[in-house]
Design a protein around this ligand. Sequence first.
Ligand SMILES: Cc1cc2nc3c(=O)[nH]c(=O)nc-3n(C[C@H](O)[C@H](O)[C@H](O)COP(=O)(O)O)c2cc1C
Length: 225
Amino acid sequence: MEFETLAQTRRSIRGYKPDPVPRAVIEEILEVAKAAPSSMNTQPWHVHVLTGAPLERVRRRNTETMLAGGKANRDIVSHGEYEGVHRGRQVAIAVKLFAAMGIERHDKAMRQDWVMRGFRQFDAPVSLVLTYDRELDPGAVVHFDLGALSYGICLAAWDRGLGTVVNGQGIMRSEIVREEAMIPESEVIMTCIALGYPNEAFAANTVKADREPNAHFVRYVGFED
Ligand SMILES: Cc1cc2nc3c(=O)[nH]c(=O)nc-3n(C[C@H](O)[C@H](O)[C@H](O)COP(=O)(O)O)c2cc1C
């Protein structure tokens, strides 16, 4: 796909077909994505690709622990709840997703069901868990590097007819992912990316999240025009 079309049509996918994703296709995606820039070309990332029984165990334990009132236990430090304009945009995408899914504002059961789907990484057949070497903490620069890799993964997947959603929900409990995926303590779990073939009948998959006009976040300095 041409780059502009790729970038502008990609969207997060939250409903998947159960079809497995061939390992060769995942290899291709990572081959493309690793062309991402990284600070001093350190390429500080590791990708743990989960499917089958280990992924099912992560989903089950993550959901059970969170349902039992467990708090998030992320490896990376959280900023806490979003506020102000950030909260506004968070609410706007939630409103769009719930409208597409027919989830009413006061329907607690359906809202809870949606959260549970998130804890299960939307039942995607594959999860890519992105980690980096702990010695690079505190991680602002390495986080940037992994962000670049993540977007490459999302675009390379989309180019092959595969959907993704970067998600924090699937690794709410980092210790569970670490245990089930046998990730060494020397690595920090940054995020995960659900991957699979989009279920075209799943309403939320049609949702396009809004973007601010450039004028809201761009300033030009020293230009004559
Ligand atoms: C770091 C990060 C964490 C995210 N976590 C979640 C998540 O836990 N659940 C979810 O449904 N989407 C999650 N998303 C997806 C965003 O909601 C999505 O990228 C945003 O709304 C823009 O929509 P788009 O990807 O369709 O363009 C996450 C995205 C990023 C970059």
